[in-house]
Design a protein around this ligand. Structure first.
Ligand code: DCP
Ligand code: MG
Length: 416
């Protein structure tokens, strides 16, 4: 779609961010080549190609300096040499790229758990819930870019838009080392002048069918009658194209299994044989889990408990919640119920580790019930979060979280 060399680069400053667009697409710039240059700073600013140096190999990637000569990913290396004879060719190191990729993704997950990695060097981030902690989406994007540079000494480009499709287009246009924010209301105007090939999923074949019919830009696509479009690309593709060309894309973040939870574990210094002791620890874990869910603006649709006994046997139990929650009291109640149910299975063995996780995370809070008895607890949590933020994490825990048999010195009234 783009020329890949940054000649038509479009960027924006943070002033355009009105907070209406909360999807980020982050893509590392000339990723393999940039990682190689970390070891070879002497080559900075020079045309560098990453490829196996053999007669029939193709270019894996190239620095932007090499792209200026027309060097592109996937072209034959022999052709690249003709285009840029002085380019330096470096062998790829895939294991290294995977390691750096993991560190990049970890940085993203520091801002939101809603990270969908789509390739080794790119991911979508839904930051709708991260605002309270990190500011507007554009500010988050700028902070991520700065952190990627500070920590890894690598550059990346971020597109900020109302959905994945538009965010991806925005980052492509902003490359390299750029940030482009498309406020939700600007989506259609942003897309209209772009070539149809800009639309995610429009490949060479569809692009050619549309071009042959005189449809070059997204605006022309939106103006094409549906029946005409269906004749050109088929019914299903026509419907999909129409939606994407108008900037509609309802796909949310798809999380992998491991990414789908937030929680904590505690390993005891000595094995614990007393249910009450484990329960108290679990309540602290529930408190921290709830706080992290709220900080990230996500709710858990399920709670999972993990116990490890003195023989290193792991007992895991989980349950689905009728309504997704970020309320500490609900998380604690569910966790305690799971603990009490699984306790007999320890058969008298001591507990080494207890952990709790909120699973099935989503940003959308459950439909508010007609009368919701968790509401007052939400405000308790808000107070608790504010106190924790101010005074640091301590033993502050609503007393009612504790089992009635447990005594506590904390006055619940002071938290309401
Ligand atoms: N890659 C590859 N073969 C390709 C395309 C890419 O092996 N045909 C590898 C090398 C790239 C990495 O994947 O460095 C990421 O791909 P990108 O498409 O994001 O390309 P770059 O990160 O290199 O450049 P940029 O994103 O700045 O255009
Ligand atoms: Mg990239």
């Amino acid at each position: 779609m783009s020329k890949q060399d940054g000649t038509h680069r479009q960027v924006s400053d943070l002033s355009v961010d009105d907070g209406t667009s909360t999807m980020l697409h982050v893509d590392m710039d000339a990723f393999y080549a940039s990682v190689e240059l970390l070891e070879r700073p002497d080559l900075r600013g020079k045309p560098v190609i990453v490829a196996h140096d053999s007669p029939r190999s193709v270019v894996t990637t190239a620095t932007y300096e090499a792209r200026r000569y027309g060097v592109r990913a996937a072209i034959p290396l022999a052709r690249a040499r003709q285009l840029c004879p002085r380019a330096i060719i470096l062998e790829p190191h895939h294991e290294l790229y995977r390691q750096v990729s993991d560190r990049v993704m970890d940085i993203f997950r520091g801002f939101t758990p809603l990270v969908e990695q789509v390739s080794i060097d790119e991911a979508f981030l839904d930051v709708s819930g991260a605002r309270r902690l990190y500011g507007l989406p554009g500010t988050i994007a700028a902070t991520i870019r700065a952190q990627i540079w500070d920590v890894l000494k690598l550059r990346c480009t971020v597109g900020v838009a109302a959905n994945k499709s538009v965010a991806k287009i925005a980052s492509t246009l902003a490359k390299p080392d750029g940030l482009l924010i498309v406020p939700a209301a600007q989506t259609a105007a942003f897309l209209a002048p772009l070539p149809v090939r800009s639309i995610w999923g429009v490949g060479a074949v569809t692009g050619k069918s549309l071009a042959d019919a005189g449809i070059q830009t997204v605006r022309e696509l939106t103006e094409t009658p549906q029946a005409v479009l269906e004749r050109l690309v088929g019914r299903a593709a026509a419907v999909h194209l129409r939606q994407l060309s108008m900037g509609q894309d309802v796909r949310g973040i798809a999380l992998t299994r491991e990414e789908k939870s937030i929680g904590h574990e505690h390993t005891f210094d000595t094995d614990i044989y007393e249910l009450g002791h484990v329960r108290r620890t679990l309540l602290g874990i529930a408190d921290r889990t709830g706080r992290r869910l709220r900080a990230h603006g996500v709710v858990a649709g399920g709670i999972a408990l993990k116990l490890r006994d003195e023989d290193f046997r792991t007992l895991s139990r989980s349950r689905k919640l009728p309504d997704p929650t970020d309320v500490t009291r609900v998380i604690a109640q569910q966790g305690v119920a799971l603990l009490e149910a699984v306790w007999p299975e320890l058969d008298g063995l001591g507990v080494r580790l207890v952990g709790l996780r909120g699973e099935r995370l989503t940003t959308t809070p459950a439909q508010a019930a007609l009368w919701d008895d968790t509401e007052t607890w939400k405000s308790t949590d808000d107070v608790s979060d504010a106190l924790q933020a101010k005074f640091g994490s301590g033993a502050l825990l609503p007393a009612a979280l504790l089992h009635p048999r447990e005594k506590t010195r904390i006055d619940p009234g002071s938290l309401d």
